[in-house]
Design a protein around this ligand. Structure first.
Ligand code: PLP
Length: 345
């Protein structure tokens, strides 16, 4: 790779992009430095600017909202579905105003949001759909890869995502106009490199060929990754089946399941987390609701409007599901969980 003397985007970037397009079925794709900037780039390609509102689920990673704010827009939060954790499509329309320019469904923890009603609402109101599929590699909605269903979509290759290049991302679209915008904005506001004339304002959103070489190898390993993660996930489900204190995320009929985390809702979250920690098991909570983020306090939301995302924050626990777990590890985690609830009644 280094022998080839190509460090910025080059042969491996082209191969990585081609493999991503083949896998996702997207007509057009461009790379970006990371998932957060991929969202920003996509928002800019949709011409989101000051005063525009973008609807974002309240239960997601902060970048879904902050990218909108950085683009100059105003994120408008909508509560999520308590069973599958994705945006509650029945609550979208009441959040639409004359300033709404786009809806950003986010596909969290391994399943697609229910896209048909979202796309229908967007069409009806003549607004765009931008999918945050940062966690969505390998996740398909009714056979369509996440990130290719709306007008534009992004997938992250951050270190903890399903496939990774350390940092990195891709922006997908089937729309030629949006593709042209994406290309210009990511390349200093010009169509191709090699000229010093810049018709528009742009930025540098390139990855390096070193990262893309890793990406090519990761795509080839994906099937293996999927098999291991599914095996881990279903072992948890089997071993923890029938417990009243713990509930798995509902598996929907419209999406496959590509476990990004083993996400469960539990009773006595704090107690369980401490007990797991004492026994050497690292866990994570769920997302912190965006309407409560200090950085979004200027939006003036109150807690009452988001009963589900608050409940999820109070009860949500992510158990490890990564590829280096052994069957013994998972059995041990489940044993400790059962012991905790057994002893606390
Ligand atoms: C990880 C993540 C991002 C940001 O991606 P980075 O590559 O870490 O910048 C955005 N949205 C969601 C839902 C994510 O999980």
């Amino acid at each position: 790779m280094i022998d080839k003397r190509w460090l910025t985007e080059g042969p491996f970037s082209r191969e990585f992009l081609k493999l991503l397009q083949d896998f996702t079925g997207a007509k057009y794709a461009v790379l970006a430095n990371n998932g957060t900037l991929a969202l920003y780039l996509a928002l800019k390609a949709l011409d989101i600017k000051s005063g525009d509102e973008v609807i974002v689920p309240d239960f997601t990673f902060n970048a879904s909202g902050s990218s909108v704010a950085f683009a100059g827009g105003r994120p408008v939060f909508v509560d999520v579905d308590r069973n599958n954790l994705n945006i509650d499509a029945t609550k979208i329309e009441e959040a639409i105003t004359e300033k709404t320019k786009a809806i950003m469904p986010v596909h969290v923890y391994g399943q697609s949001a229910d896209m048909d009603p979202i796309v229908e609402i967007a069409r009806k109101h003549n607004i765009r759909v931008i999918e945050d599929a940062a966690q969505g590699y390998g996740v398909f909605y009714k056979g369509w890869h996440t990130g290719t269903i709306g007008d534009v979509g992004t997938i992250s290759f951050f270190a903890d995502k399903t496939i990774t290049t350390g940092e990195g991302a891709v922006v997908l679209t089937n729309n030629e106009e949006i593709y042209k915008n994406l290309r210009a904005i990511r390349n200093q506001g010009r169509e191709s490199s090699g000229t010093f004339i810049h018709p528009e304002l742009g930025m540098n959103f390139r990855m390096t060929d070193l990262q893309c070489a890793v990406g090519v190898a990761q795509i080839k390993k994906f099937k293996e990754i999927e098999v291991i993660k599914l095996k881990n996930y279903y072992l948890y489900k089997k071993l923890l089946a029938g417990m009243n204190e713990l509930e798995f995320v509902e598996e929907t009929t419209y999406s496959n399941y590509m476990p990004f985390r083993t996400a469960v809702k539990v009773m006595n979250l704090k107690g369980l987390c401490n007990y797991l920690k004492e026994n050497g098991i690292q866990t994570r909570g769920f997302f912190y609701p965006l309407h409560r983020q200090p950085c979004f306090s200027y939006l003036g939301y109150s807690k009452e409007a988001f009963p589900v995302s608050n409940m999820l924050n109070d009860t949500g626990l992510c158990l490890p599901v990564h590829c280096f777990l052994t069957e013994e590890d998972i059995k041990y985690v489940c044993k400790i969980i059962k012991k905790f609830y057994g002893s606390s009644g």
